[in-house]
Design a protein around this ligand. Sequence first.
Ligand SMILES: [Cu+2]
Length: 497
Amino acid sequence: MSVSRRKFIETVGVLASSTLVPSGTIHGAFAEPSNTGSQNETGADYTLRIAATPVEIAPNRIISLTTYNGQFPGPLLHLKEGQQVTVDLLNDTDTPEQLHWHGQLVPVDVDGAAEEGTPYIPARGKRRISFVPKPSGYRFYHTHNRAGGDLSAGQYSGQVGHVYIEPKREPGNYDREVFLVLKEFEPTFSRGGDMPQDVLSPANKVKELQDKGESAMKASLAKGMPKGYEVGYASFTINGRMHGHGEPIRVKTGQRVLFHVLNGSATEIRSLALPGHSFRVVALDGNPVPNPASVPVLWLGTAERVSAIVEMNHPGVWIMGDTDDDDRRHGMGVVVEYAGHAEKAQWIAPPKFRWDYTKFAKPGATAPSPDETFEMMFVKDNAAVEGFNRWTINGVAFPMTETMVPPALHLREGRRYRVHMRNQSDDVHPIHLHRHVFELTNLMGKPTAGVMKDVVMLAGYQEVAFDFVANNPGMTLFHCHQQLHMDFGFMTLLDYL
Ligand SMILES: [Cu+2]
């Protein structure tokens, strides 16, 4: 039954929501001229056009979003590792834009981060970029604009698209590939949030971090400060469609489906479960894991990706969705329908499950010692900036201005660095390093090795370390991927000496 040769594999992004493409159309079909090796009229391999467009997330529920090529998610780009690609970035908005190639080892002028020095795509203008895609695997692209207090900007918009860089070898055998992006819309501010914070394993906390964090919060509230702003959402979608609207994922008994799941949220941690099925996780952030393992639930921080194979061995019609009942009922689900079944889609809550990155690590292995270790402490100043929480790394909040900021940390090419991060807040932080891939090396004092990522969730009052090799010279941005956090200080820059 299983077929592993790529040419036999259907690649379908279900439920593509778009004003240009009728829903249910094979996703990316119109935006992939290079499938045939041909070029578009401008001579680029791809064109991504940034514009405000209406997007129908449910019948007669049409929202205005800034999108790529008029659709959400943006076109799926199938690139080939090591084969240079030229992309025209067109900006039909009045705001200069940055398009970030998340998870790729690209140069600064391509990466798409103003803080590193990438030129903006001018308002009502264009940029042409060329780069060599790498490493292989599941990557994505998204805007890297600051949103601040503007809930239509940055990652709150619809500027997210999948990238798949074809590897020389696929992890695991499967029959079919499905790309899913989890994404909320219609954001509003609230005072304090309801984000799940107890999702990671191990669950213990560092007492010193907790004591300091809690006493700082108490002191702030005692001074009469309200809790800093958080963001909530009115609508929840998978591939731009609210649950109950749009086409189901149609499967057959015995099929092995490789799901590529992206958390495209600006701010939220997301979960995904499929009743009666388990996910065999084969890659994290697009990088094959040393120890593929089966789990009942996926948990993803903002910008994280999980690639997991589901064996379709439980016929019926199921809701694959978020484990949070409220979010799922407000749209965060998609129907998985077996051939020959037409009953009403069912949800069955999975057992409570904590996400543990070390489950997928090399058993018993320890990473090589680093040449140097950077210590980082993350602290929240409650409601310190006009009601927004201010975030600091080692006491410094990254300035919220457009001016270039000097790098705080310095790298030498070829050396291995460890970043030891301590979180003095109760929030989970999806920490991202640009232009490099890192290896998780320690979770709460427990050494680990072999899990390669570009985003890692650091739970409240916990400590985590990752290592990376300085192998891509140039300015390198390090930040929390939670939009409210990165916009209010939670960033720092590294450079090469
Ligand atoms: Cu954060």
